[in-house]
Design a binder for this molecule. Structure first.
Ligand code: NDP
Length: 462
């Protein structure tokens, strides 16, 4: 048997790559990992984690407003963007060193270098100008915001990458897209006092979610003062004489702002990786094609996380990494289970969701019972905030199994994490009915909706 420098070499130090490198090192195997930018990857450095910190920052404006209803008078408030970004950067640097240190403590070797494939067992470390060999190679290079090079003036725009590092907070921003990133950043900027416009090509934001939540969130965002334009796209961006940007749209709008942000999906990082040389095939958007066990078309090479374009979520990449370790290093071939994955949109109000939407259930199951409650959460009453919370259970009428749970409102992400257990555990609605409520909470609605709000039979609402 040929001998290699490593049992495993990982390309990419994000959530998936680091997890695989750390766990395989912990098994006593020789592991190397290379990251060309910063350990932690998109999630830690310029994604989920800094985003959530910005979400927290942006929630204070409403908290100050609501305080009066509870008898508090808050003095003059001021927001310092530079202070927030500096504090955020300090936390990100701390996490980055934990990520890298975790691999090293487990016995792995980390490199600050771009790595490219030379063949199915050989990797070139660009920064070190040398090659290393490995029995198995794992590609976990993630993705990046999709560019929109066909858009005239695209070079004047920013993406989420730059949004985390802006020198100053803009007075006005226009954000294109209707997905997680566009919606979350629209709420962040609005909460920080920025005049915010969202422009989306479709009929309603957040295409993959339950329609009730999509409409409910749209209404809540509009009521706060976020302008949402649907059925329109940018046609050209230009810089005016005053230095501000003008985003022209296909329907003849001219939207003036200090920053224009594109959040139009993400593209897998597969360029110039030497994939062809190593026999690794890619799909239509450049994603690495893998089988159910994260194996690529090259026997010795695996891939996971966003670079495979399966489910672009950090926990999915981590789960795929654990399955990869079982498959490739513990002799227990394990397929990632990406069914009934709970997810949250950190909008304001938040969305938390798991399982089938009403429309999906109607199409897939035909006969469905919908339990739905819409109400003002108690904490909104004294401040006279009109925002409503929506809770919805989608139940298979034949088996009585809860196949979907959808929440719009405060802490929806936290609630959806627990509802994920119930849906994954295939619990039936009568288990919800037998569960004692906790009073007074908003979540008690989930276990006290005894009668269906309406029924769907044969795919149509009764
Ligand atoms: P999404 O895929 O969620 O949304 C992309 C949006 O861009 C869609 O609204 C899409 O419209 C629109 N779009 C795509 N191409 C064009 C175009 N050429 N012109 C106009 N509009 C276009 O991507 P995001 O960038 O928001 O986020 C990337 C991924 O990151 C998400 O899929 C998610 O998995 C992950 N993420 C998760 C978060 C979380 O868990 N909270 C937070 C942030 C990101 P249409 O709907 O019509 O296709």
């Amino acid at each position: 048997m040929p001998s290699y420098d490593y049992d495993l070499f990982v390309i990419g130090g994000g959530s998936g790559g680091v997890r695989a490198a750390r766990v395989v090192s912990g098994l006593g195997r020789r592991v190397g990992i290379a990251e060309e930018y910063r350990y932690g990857g998109t999630c830690v450095i310029r994604g989920c984690v800094p985003k959530k910190l910005l979400v927290y920052a942006s929630q204070f404006s409403e908290a100050f407003e609501d305080a009066a209803g509870y008898g508090w008078s808050v003095g003059g408030t001021a927001f310092d963007w530079k202070a927030l970004i500096a504090n955020k950067d300090r936390e990100i640097a701390r996490l980055e060193s934990i990520y890298r240190g975790g691999v090293e403590k487990a016995g792995g070797e980390t490199f600050a270098s771009r790595a490219e494939l030379i063949d199915a067992h050989t990797v070139r470390l660009v920064a070190e100008g040398r090659t290393v060999t490995a029995d198995k190679i794992l590609i976990a290079t993630g993705g990046r915001p999709s560019p929109h090079e066909a858009l005239p003036g695209h070079e004047l725009t920013i993406t989420s990458n730059e949004a985390f590092q802006l020198e100053k907070l803009p007075e006005a921003i226009v954000i294109a897209g209707g997905g997680y990133i566009a919606v979350e950043f629209a709420n962040i900027f609005h909460g920080l006092g920025v005049r915010t416009t969202l422009i989306y090509r479709g009929a309603e934001i957040l295409g993959r979610f339950d329609m009730d939540l999509r409409r409910g969130l749209h209404e809540a965002m509009a009521a706060k003062g976020i302008e949402i334009i649907c059925h329109d796209v940018f046609s050209r961006i230009e810089k005016g004489e005053d230095g501000r940007l003008v985003a022209h749209t296909s329907k003849g709008r001219a939207l003036v702002a200090d920053q224009v942000m594109l959040a139009l999906g993400r593209t897998p990082n597969t360029e110039n990786l030497g994939l062809e040389r190593a026999g690794v095939k890619v799909g239509p958007v450049g994603e690495i094609l893998v089988d159910d066990y994260s194996r690529t078309s090259a026997d010795t090479i695996y891939a996971l996380g966003d670079v495979t374009n399966r489910m672009q979520l950090t926990p999915a990449a981590i789960h795929e990494a654990m399955c990869f370790v079982d498959t490739a290093f513990r002799d227990r071939p394990t397929k990632p289970d990406l069914e009934d994955v709970a997810t949250a949109v950190f909008s304001q109000p938040e969305i938390g969701t798991v399982g089938l939407s009403e429309d999906q259930a109607a199409t897939q199951l035909g006969d469905v019972d919908i339990y739905r409650a819409a109400f003002r959460p108690m904490r909104n009453i004294l401040p006279d905030r009109q925002e409503r919370m929506i809770m919805k259970l989608v139940v298979d009428a034949r088996s009585n199994r809860v196949v979907g749970a959808h929440i719009l409102g405060p802490d929806a992400g936290e609630l959806a994490q627990l509802l994920g257990v119930a849906v994954k555990g295939r619990l039936t609605k009568d288990v919800f009915d037998r569960t004692m409520a906790i009073h007074p909470t908003a979540a008690e609605e989930l276990v006290t909706m005894y009668q269906p709000s309406y029924r769907i039979r044969g795919g149509r609402r009764d």
